[in-house]
Ligand binder design. Structure first.
Ligand code: ZN
Length: 247
């Protein structure tokens, strides 16, 4: 699903294309989004991101777009039937979503975690949960999902399964720094395309070519050469090096 790096890529591109532009019309093609057309009123005053959610500030108020598992926005001709289309003077932007889990609504109900690009490291890590699960908790850190949590813990050389409360202050800072490093690198490459993700112009991201452990079971660790392992944590695949990521 689109994580912070993908949504930030989209945010920057939307800012380039529609900041200051007026919404001329909205067409809804999916009954699950019916009613959302009334939210898009006036000019776009700001294009923001809250974790994995896009927040468009319009003259008529804020609109939150959650992309769900496979949602994306496309400027110009869509490759598949859109769920919703926004018309601007410069062209149309389509919401495309194979799994129809994206949603649009007014401001509200947003998670309360720290944005790893904008905020300071969280002070309280006193969770008995595995650190990877904590990193993916949107009320702890915003925007980090399975891909970037796995990659950041590898970069920080921390075992994804260690309870967060057992980490030293130094390890916590190292993890936070690694999350930031991985996300900034991914943003510079327009995110990670494993299946659905494309940017506003329909281009895949490039970060999948830089992945160190995610999806690499059995392949050699880029640091020590040991085979990467996969274990399931909270129902999600978790990839790690059993030699480097040891507490
Ligand atoms: Zn290793």
């Amino acid at each position: 699903m689109p994580e912070l790096a993908e949504v930030e890529t989209l945010r920057g591109q939307l800012e380039e294309e529609i900041l200051g532009e007026e919404v001329l019309g909205v067409s809804v093609f999916d009954s699950k989004l019916r009613g959302s057309e009334v939210l898009f009123r006036g000019r776009v005053c700001a294009v923001k991101r809250h974790g994995k959610a896009l927040v468009l500030t319009l003259e008529g108020g804020d609109v939150v777009i959650r992309l769900g598992m496979s949602g994306r926005l496309k400027l110009g001709a869509p490759e598949r039937p859109p769920r919703l289309t926004l018309r601007f003077p410069g062209g149309e932007i389509h919401l495309i979503d194979r799994r129809r889990l994206s949603s649009i609504g007014p401001l509200g109900g947003l998670p309360k975690g720290v944005d790893p690009l904008l905020g300071d490291p969280p002070l309280v890590w006193d969770s008995s949960r595995p650190v990877k699960a904590l990193l993916m908790d949107q009320d702890f850190l915003l925007g980090v999902g399975n891909i970037y949590a796995s990659e950041a813990l590898f970069v920080a050389a921390v075992d994804p399964f260690v309870p967060a409360s057992r980490l030293s202050p130094e390890e916590r800072l190292r993890i936070f720094g690694a999350v930031r490093e991985v996300l900034l690198e991914a943003i510079s490459l327009r995110g990670t395309t494993i299946s659905d993700w494309r940017d506003l112009y329909g281009r895949p991201g490039l970060y999948q070519e830089r992945l160190r452990v995610y999806g690499k079971e059995g392949r050699p660790c880029p640091r020590c050469g040991s085979p990467i392992r996969r274990r399931v944590l909270s129902g999600r695949g978790t990839w790690f090096c059993p030699s480097c990521q040891v507490q």
